[in-house]
Design a protein. Sequence first.
Length: 118
Amino acid sequence: QVQLVESGGGLVQAGGSLRLSCEASGRTFSSGAMGWFRQAPGKERKFVAGIDWRGGNTDYTDSVKGRFTISRDNAKNTVYLQMNSLKAEDTAVYYCAAGPRIHVWDTWGQGTQVTVSS
């Protein structure tokens, strides 16, 4: 079983940047895919970005393409989400996810709040 702990959330002005981190422990981190989801108030949790275990294959939801970048450091058991040009509509709780491959998720973190002020 993998345990996931997110960090790096906070309050930022529109146009600003944040970098989220998710540290994994437990099951071998480097053998699975990692991803990020977000859930805005009153809405369902939605996929944001995913990366395969080698880091060579990534996927993004359309609304963040060109602004967000997912990456991973298997030596540090950590996945990152660099978020640039943030918009008010990016405000949400961001969750880290792990699974055998992108879009197949079986483990979730507790979430970190990102608030973008306009």
